[in-house]
Design a protein around this ligand. Sequence first.
Ligand code: ACO
Ligand code: KIV
Length: 525
Amino acid sequence: MTDKNRTDPVIVFDTTLRDGEQSPGCSMTVPQKLRMARTLADMGVDVIEAGFAAASQQDFDAVREVARAVKGATICSLARCNSGDIKAAADALEPAEKKRVHVFIATSPIHREHKLKMSKAEVLARAVEGVRLARSHVDEVEFSAEDAIRSEPEFLAEVMAAVVAAGATTFNVPDTVGYTTPDEMGRLIAYLRERLPEDSGVVLSAHCHDDLGMAVANSLAAVRAGARQVECTINGIGERAGNCALEEVVMALKTRSDYFGAETGIDTRKLYPASRQLAAIIGGFVPANKAIVGDNAFAHEAGIHQHGMLANRETYEIMRPEDVGISRSTLVLGKHSGRHALADRVSELGFTLSDPEMEQLFGRFKTLADRKRQVFDADIEALIAGEQRDQGGPWSLDRLHISSGMGEGQLPTAGVAMTGPDGETIQEAAVGDGPVDAALKAMARATSTEFELVGMRVRSVSEGEDAQGEAALTARIDGMPLSGRAVDTDIVAACAQAFLDILNRAHRRQNAPASNLPPRVSAAI
Ligand SMILES: CC(=O)SCCNC(=O)CCNC(=O)[C@H](O)C(C)(C)COP(=O)(O)OP(=O)(O)OC[C@H]1O[C@@H](n2cnc3c(N)ncnc32)[C@H](O)[C@@H]1OP(=O)(O)O
Ligand SMILES: CC(C)C(=O)C(=O)O
C-alpha cells in the first residue's frame, strides 16, 4: 500500500526521438530533433533518448547535436550489445553534460532462437560484455532485456543480476510487442524488485508498447509495483501502435498521486504545446478524442454536462485544462446542447435577450444544430440577427424547390409556395439564369411584384463545410430601394429569405398610412 502523504519521484525517460521516430512516417531531421529535445528538456524530462547513434550518420549527428546543445536532461543513445554500436553511442554522447548508453539484447525464447540464433548462455554473455564495455565509456548504463515480457522470469532475473553486477544502473523491462496486462506487469516488476539487492541503487524501468491499447495502464502498474522509471513518447508515437504516451502517464501519476504514491518532475503546462509541436514536425494530427491533448479532451457538448460545468467544472473534469497547457475548457454548441449553455454563450457574446427572445432563439438554434455538426459563435450571432430581422409579414415562404445543374440545356428552375395577406397559398414557378434568379422570379410572380435586383452579396458567416451563408439583397420596387438579409446553411434559401424580407417591406410600405413612411433615403435596413 502507498503512503497517501508521500510521493516517490519517477524518472521520465522520453524516447520520442528514438522509438517514436521508428514509427513509419515519423523520421525527423537533425534540426527537428534538436528543437524537440529542447522542448523535452524544458518541460522537465529526465532522460532524452536522442537516437540510435549506430543506425546512420544522421542519427549519430542528431545524438551528438542534442548532446552538445541540450542541457539539464541526461542524453542517451541506444546500442546493440556489440562494440561498434557502443562506441558510436559513446562518441555521439561525448559532449553531453550527463550521458547514458542504453544497451539491449532480446531475452525471450522466440527472439533467441529465431532472430539472434543464440543460446541463453550466449545472450547472457553478450549482455554482460555490452554493459561492461558501455561502463568503460560512461557512468550511466541502462540495460534492456528486449521482449522481457515473453522471457522466462527466472532467466530474466538471472540476466538482471548479471548486468547489475557488470555495472548497469538501470534495468529496463520492455513489453516490446505490447502483449502484457497491468496485472502481469505488476507481478513481474514485483518479482524482479524482490531479487534486486536493497542497496543496489539500480532503477527498475518499464517500456511498454500499445498493441493492445494497454501501454499506459501497464506502465502505471509497473510504477505501482515499484518501477521508478517510465519510458514514453509524446503523443504515444512509436513502433506499430506506439509507445506509452508521456502526457497520459504523467497526468495519471499527477492526478492520482493518492493512488500511485509517485510523481514526475514534468511541468505539465508544457504538455499540450509539446504535443502540437511534435504533430507539426512529423506532419501528423492528434486525434480529437486523445486523452490530455486531444481537441475534445476538455470540450463538452452535452447539455447536461454543460449545465454541470457552468455550475462547477469539477462535475465533469478531473483535471484543469490550464494544468496541461490548454487555455480553457470549451462548451461546444451543437444538437446536444441545452438552454443553459446557449444562454451563457449569448451573454458572453454581449447580447441581452428577453426570455421569449431566448426561447425563440433556442428553437432556431436546435433546428440549425440538427443540420450542422457544430454551431459557432458567428452562427449564434447570425441567428440573433435573423431573430431580430423584420418578421412583420404578411407573406411567408412555405416551400421552395430548386432544380439546377451544369452544362448545355440546363434550365435553372424554381417552384415556390407562398401564403399571402388573405391567407391564400399561391404556387408559382419560374426559370432563371441561375437558381437564385429563378427563385426570386418565382417569388415575384407569386406576390405579383415587379422588381429590379440592384445588389446582392453572399458570404460565409461561420466555419466548416456546413457553414452558414448570409445573403444581403437590395431590390428596387416601385422605384424604392429596399434591402433584406437572411442566414441559412443553404445560400439559395438564404437569398430567397432575404428577398422575402424585401417583399414584405414593400407590401407594408404600400399599405401603410402615408404619415408612417420613413424617409425614402433610409429605406434600406
Ligand atoms: C525493440 C527495438 O526497438 S530495438 C531497436 C530497433 N531499431 C532499429 O532497428 C533502428 C536502427 N536500425 C538500423 O539502422 C539497422 O538495423 C542497424 C544499422 C542497427 C543494423 O543494420 P544491419 O547490420 O544491416 O543488420 P539488420 O538490421 O539487418 O539485422 C540486425 C542484426 O543485429 C543483430 N542484433 C539484433 N539485436 C541485437 C542486439 N541487441 N545485440 C547484438 N546484436 C543484435 C541481429 O541478430 C542481426 O545480426 P546479423 O546481421 O548478424 O544477422
Ligand atoms: C530497445 C527496447 C527498449 C525497445 O525499444 C523495445 O523493446 O521495445
